[in-house]
Design a protein around this ligand. Structure first.
Ligand SMILES: *Cc1c(COP(=O)(O)O)cnc(C)c1O
Length: 363
């Protein structure tokens, strides 16, 4: 069999690897700009209004990154010592615990769930446990969820679950914030309009620099009051930008031209999984959007070792945890590259299986 070394690098580490296209750069060049700190950048203002309309929220605020959106949202919604209920695997807990403690001085109560869907029963239990004690201890004020859920293989947070959760939050005086870095992936895959998700949370953010392919940008959305407070914290963190219209133009371009690509990204992820699902040693999480996650422990390797073998063939993947490998499809990998990547992974698996057979015949 021929050696399947890919001359071109296939980068499936993340959908943040997407690069601006020539047409996107042209839109950036042509952007009408002003100083956004004076509210005078019409391209930024137009993008904020566009997003507020699409998501049917009162107001929107352009942000440099998804992380800053999350951090500003928490600064706005909680005070020092308040508790934020979330899930262990969500970005807020997994990647932003340090930032949250540093900036909001809030306490993350990150619950472990079996399926990644933070549900009412989980939250009820933690509230009941707390309610037994004096109000002088930390009190939960905010619930944070994620959609699609990265660490559960791009799983969609179902709208029905979200509706129940939002109702519960309102009854219990909890605010609900949605980290929607990949919310548009979830919308497209579940055939749901963005406003349906947005209607069932108090505030949310989306990211333009993931599958949408902009080099920069996120949008924070919520009530007028929330956004006006958030504006202050954005400024405090140094996120008050001046001629940000150059960047907003890229994001506007991405919204108008790259949405269909998300559909293709989901097909590519499904294809990758279909090409590999016959390998019984690989344990896949269900593929719902553009993320493919598989456990490699039955091949007697760690995720790091598996990723190193792939890298030797010019295929870049990420070791998500000790044994789980992540591949993310995006607009900068072709359908053909996915076919080659599948063959490369099959090749690696075959080599590993041969090796373990050789080892077991010796023992
Ligand atoms: C990528 C991501 C973020 C952070 O976005 P940045 O723009 O990289 O700061 C936040 N939440 C989730 C779920 C993400 O996937």
């Amino acid at each position: 069999m021929s050696k399947l070394i890919n001359a071109v690098l296939t980068d499936l580490r993340s959908d943040t690897m997407t690069k601006p296209t020539a047409d996107m750069l042209k839109a950036m060049l042509q952007a009408k700009v002003g100083d956004d700190c004076y509210g005078e950048d019409e391209t930024v203002t137009a993008l904020e209004q566009h997003c507020a309309n699409v998501f049917q929220k009162e107001a929107a605020l352009f942000m440099p990154t998804g992380t800053m959106s999350n951090q500003v949202a928490m600064l706005t919604l909680v005070s020092a010592g308040d508790e934020i209920i979330t899930e262990t695997g969500y970005h807020i807990a997994y990647f932003e615990s340090a930032q949250t403690s540093y900036l909001s001085h809030a306490v993350l109560n990150d619950l472990k769930t079996d399926d990644g869907i933070l549900n009412i029963d989980n939250i009820k239990l933690t509230l009941q446990n707390k309610a037994r004690w004096s109000k002088n201890y930390s009190q939960a004020k905010l619930v944070v969820i994620e959609n699609s859920i990265n660490c559960y293989g791009g799983k969609i947070f179902p709208l029905t679950s979200l509706k129940l959760l939002y109702q519960f939050c309102k009854e219990n005086e909890l605010m609900l914030y949605l980290d929607g870095a990949r919310l548009l992936n979830a919308c497209i895959a579940s055939n749901t309009v963005p406003a349906s998700y947005a209607k069932n949370v108090d505030a949310l953010s989306i990211c333009f620099a993931k599958g949408l392919g902009a080099p920069f940008g996120a949008m924070l959305m919520g009530s007028k009051d929330f956004i006006s407070k958030a504006q202050k914290y954005r400024k405090w963190l140094g996120g008050g930008l001046h001629q940000a219209g150059v960047m907003a133009a890229a994001c506007q371009y991405a919204l108008e031209n790259h949405m269909e690509n998300l559909v293709l990204d989901h097909h590519k992820a499904k294809n990758l999984w279909k090409n590999l699902r016959h390998i019984k040693e690989l344990k896949f999480m269900p593929v719902e959007t553009n993320i493919v996650m598989f456990d490699v422990r039955n091949l007697n390797v760690t995720a790091n070792q598996f990723v190193a073998l792939a890298k030797a063939e010019n295929l870049l993947l990420i070791a998500w945890s000790n044994y789980v490998v992540r591949a993310v499809t995006h607009r900068d990998v072709t359908k053909n590259a996915i076919q080659i990547a599948s063959d490369q992974i099959i090749n690696i698996v075959n080599k590993l299986l041969k090796k373990s057979m050789a080892v077991s015949s010796l023992t």
